[in-house]
Design a binder for this molecule. Structure first.
Ligand code: NDP
Length: 246
């Protein structure tokens, strides 16, 4: 039996793309999933669809940039299911641009969602996991957390930060038996490209996504990391389309 059955899993960014696909894979493999994102209708519909297939699913509308809301999400999960086994920090945005365009609001949003959101999530669940000396935190970075290209400055910076934060977390919490996993997807077909306001860049990213993976490919790598025995921590996974060079 997979080491995922009965696990209570909080999943941010559950309303579309990789998050939605991950919710489906985890619920159909017996996990109890708490969906979090801002778009309530999407979360409600997903919960209903997964319940119809026999899944155990709840949702809580949450903006990951609010520390208070992330704390409430953790408390809601404890009140509903009694424990938190896994947190998946998946919510993210990718408004790519050139630095000279000085899109300060987009820089700030990326830092707030992609970095602070991850930190708030870790902060919210750690006390519960440390108490039980058990838990698993999965942070979604990117191949852009390994390499940098023009227009990726801030996005890449946030994804490098996610890897740094997760590696420090691993070292700090190893003695508390808490597992960490960094997931680094390459191109995946999702709504992420819609967060790009520079039309030229959006067009070129859309072209590059012709070889992109379906989000289920990333969901399956998350399932793999969770399903390993408790003594085995899969610390990082990079998943690219075979034809993607960089
Ligand atoms: P989507 O745009 O499809 O999904 C992004 C999710 O993040 C949505 O559910 C959205 O929900 C949520 N989100 C955005 N802002 C917030 C917020 N402030 N509070 C709560 N939730 C928020 O993109 P993906 O599925 O592709 O992205 C998932 C992760 O994968 C991201 O971290 C992304 O950086 C990473 N990634 C994606 C790649 C790709 O090619 N697609 C490649 C590498 C990494 P809502 O708007 O309802 O709040």
């Amino acid at each position: 039996m997979l080491n995922v059955v009965g696990k209570v899993i909080i999943l941010t960014g559950a309303s579309s793309g990789i998050g939605e696909a991950t919710a489906k894979v985890l619920a159909s493999n017996g996990a109890k999933v708490v969906l979090a994102a801002r778009r309530e209708e999407r979360l409600r519909n997903l919960k209903l669809a997964l319940e119809k297939q026999g899944g155990t699913v709840e949702y809580k509308v949450t903006d990951v940039t609010s520390q208070e809301q992330m704390e409430e999400l953790a408390r809601f999960t404890i009140d509903t299911f009694g424990q938190i086994d896994v947190l998946i920090n998946n919510a993210g945005i990718m408004p790519l641009s050139f630095l000279h365009e000085k899109k300060v609001m987009e820089w700030d949003q990326m830092i707030d969602v992609n970095i602070k959101g991850v930190l708030y999530g870790i902060g919210a669940v750690l006390p519960y996991m440390r108490k039980r000396k058990q838990g698993h935190i999965i942070d979604v970075s990117s191949v852009t957390g390994h390499i940098v290209r023009k227009t990726w400055a801030v996005y890449s910076g946030t994804k490098f930060a996610v890897r740094a934060i997760t590696e420090a977390l691993r070292q700090e919490e190893a003695e508390n038996n808490i597992r960490t996993t960094i997931i680094c997807p390459g191109g995946v077909r999702t709504e992420l490209v819609n967060t790009i306001s520079n039309e030229e860049i959006k067009k070129s990213i859309n072209e590059s996504l012709q070889i992109a993976l379906p989000p289920e490919a990333i969901a399956n790598s998350i399932l793999y990391a969770i399903s390993q025995p408790e003594h085995t921590a899969v610390n990082e996974i990079i998943v690219r389309p075979t034809k993607q060079e960089l």
